[in-house]
Design a protein around this ligand. Structure first.
Ligand SMILES: [Fe+2]
Length: 559
């Protein structure tokens, strides 16, 4: 057989790589400043072809639909999920060992964050489209629809629009039909699926409201609604109740009361990279399903057992014990994020340099003298003082809380841990060069050598302290869930949703997970098309981690 070509497989995004950190901060700032003032959806809506609802209501038999969110990160998890979704017939067992035969969706929905870390055409191609194209090679292709998440919005939706909103182009050899960043699907048995674009947590724009009002006029009293939204506000507003954006009128109420004029039965979202299902007394479901490929978020922090809106957590994956256990991996922070060490290496070396400028040879013989001289210098020397204030302010800004005193306490404490370590590392470097290497204090050779020692050991020490800070925050204080787990770059515990609408109107939602994704692959051919298959015996099979059924009789429910 002809040798098949292996595509370039990307590793998980290194969120603590200083270049990624700097570019992310830049994009978030730009999109927050300009994205909120120039709404490209208006331009897009005016320029694009009119978009109606997409009708799948005439499908016969069971209607299957797949929903996957937070997708294009590292190759292993993204391709593992894509391959499982594309399998022509997937038999999956639940916790009790009961086997269920499922079918691939007639429709595949991408629920947001289709690529990481930034949305460029090349990243969409390499991290998302190539894995899905190979997964569907030689297999039946679904119709593909997508709504943008915050990562898709970082370039004002330009790459997203080009990728998903041009029906003549298609995506990963699948048919695409939408021309806007939102859409409505008419499903069998009077179920409808509405997918909204909330542009970085803002409210709905007017063309979108008009679109959904127009489509909403087609609904009747028995219609049941699935709403796809880009983020789980029900969880975010619970974790950050003081955040200004959650004090506005609830988007959910606006959707139900003003736009659709109907109650929603099921909310689907991603954004947080785990699986959680919340339910209220009327049986309304709020499902967070962001396991399509991106790094795992912790399920134990923050706590979401009972939400402010009265919804109760009914299912979670991975379980909280597993999540707490994974937190400890932050002790290996420097080795999981080696590029991050450039940052503390530079900061420690600079801090030690500034502090040592005021020291004499006699000052370094004992620790208390060196310390008091350095503190003195930082108070008296404006450059020293400004450097210290800048570092402390940065750590206060970084601290993950909206409670001011806690932010100050946490930030100052974290900053002083690093400053103390920088001082200690710098002082030991001075001692080593003067006392052990017998270099002349203040000579160029001595300064360069101690600077190099501080740089290297400071990078390592700073990495460990950062890992320790994140471990304590996420394991014991329920904070920094994003930073502490993006640092771990966990590829495993991935999942997606498979929905089945039965002809009698019963909707069943399966959450299907892969505990351990393959690390090794081999290129092969399937029905004459090039593809990849797993070649890793440690990988586990997809399994059902949750199932919920919504009967056709459920109606008139309130959210
Ligand atoms: Fe995400």
């Amino acid at each position: 057989m002809k040798k098949q070509h292996m595509p370039r497989r990307r590793p998980m995004v290194g969120w603590f790589d200083p270049r990624v950190l700097a570019h992310s901060a830049y994009l978030v700032a730009i999109s927050n400043v300009f994205g909120r003032h120039s709404d490209t959806r208006l331009i897009e809506a005016l320029a694009s072809q009119p978009q109606n609802e997409f009708d799948y209501s005439h499908a016969t038999g069971d209607f299957w639909l797949d929903y996957v969110a937070d997708i294009g990160d590292g190759w292993n998890p993204t391709y593992a999920i894509a391959d499982a979704i594309a399998q022509p017939e997937l038999e999956v067992a639940d916790d009790d060992g009961v086997r269920v035969r499922t079918e691939p969706g007639r429709v595949l929905i991408f629920g947001g964050d289709e690529v990481y870390p930034y949305p460029t055409r090349a990243e969409y191609d390499m991290r998302t489209e190539t894995p899905y194209r190979l997964a569907f090679a030689g297999r039946a292709r679904p119709d593909l629809f997508a709504i943008p998440g915050n990562h898709d919005w970082y370039d004002s939706l330009i790459a997203f629009s080009r990728t998903f909103c041009r029906p003549e182009r298609g995506f990963a050899t699948c048919r695409t039909r939408q021309t806007r960043s939102y859409f409505a699907l008419k499903l069998p048995a009077n179920w409808w699926l509405f997918a909204f674009d909330l542009q970085l947590g803002q409210e709905l724009d007017e063309p979108q409201v008009q679109y959904f009002k127009k489509v909403g006029a087609l609904l009747d009293d028995q219609t049941k609604i699935i709403a796809c939204v880009p983020e789980p506000r029900w969880i975010l507003e619970d974790a950050y109740p003081r955040h200004e954006s959650y004090e506005e009128e609830s988007t959910r109420q606006f959707l139900e009361l003003q736009v659709l004029k109907r109650k929603v039965s099921v909310y689907l979202t991603g954004d947080l990279h785990y699986y959680k299902r919340h339910e209220n007394a009327e049986g309304v479901q709020k499902i967070t399903s962001g396991g399509g490929g991106a790094f795992l978020h912790p399920t134990h922090a923050p706590k979401t057992h009972v939400l402010r809106d009265g919804f109760v957590q009914k299912a979670v994956y991975p379980d909280e014990k597993t999540s707490r256990g994974l937190s400890w991996r932050n002790l290996r922070f420097p080795f999981r994020n080696p590029k991050f060490m450039w940052l503390p290496a530079f900061l420690y070396a600079m801090s030690a340099w500034l502090a040592s400028a005021s020291l004499q040879a006699a000052d370094i013989v004992d620790l208390p003298t060196a310390l008091s001289r350095s503190i003195n210098a930082s108070i008296r020397d404006p450059l020293n003082g400004m450097w210290l204030v800048g570092i402390i302010a940065s750590f206060i800004f970084f601290t993950d809380t909206h409670v001011r005193w806690w932010r100050i306490l946490g930030g100052v404490g974290h900053a002083f841990a690093h400053l103390a370590a920088a001082f200690l590392v710098g002082w030991l470097s001075l001692l080593a060069t003067v006392n052990l290497l017998h270099m002349s204090f203040g000579s160029v050779a001595q300064l360069l050598t101690s600077g190099l020692i501080t740089f290297v050991s400071g990078g390592l020490a700073g990495g460990f302290i950062m890992g320790l800070y994140l471990l304590v925050s996420v394991r014991f204080l329920g904070r920094h869930s994003n930073e502490a787990f993006s640092a771990l770059r966990v590829q495993d515990f991935k999942q997606w949703l498979r929905l089945r609408v039965a002809p009698n109107g019963t909707l069943t939602i399966y959450s299907i997970a892969i505990d351990t994704v393959p690390r090794r692959w081999r290129a092969t051919a399937r029905n004459g098309e090039t593809t990849m298959e797993a070649a890793d015996p440690r990988a586990t099979r997809p399994r059902i981690v949750d199932k919920v059924t919504i009967g056709p009789a459920v109606s008139g429910i309130s959210g």
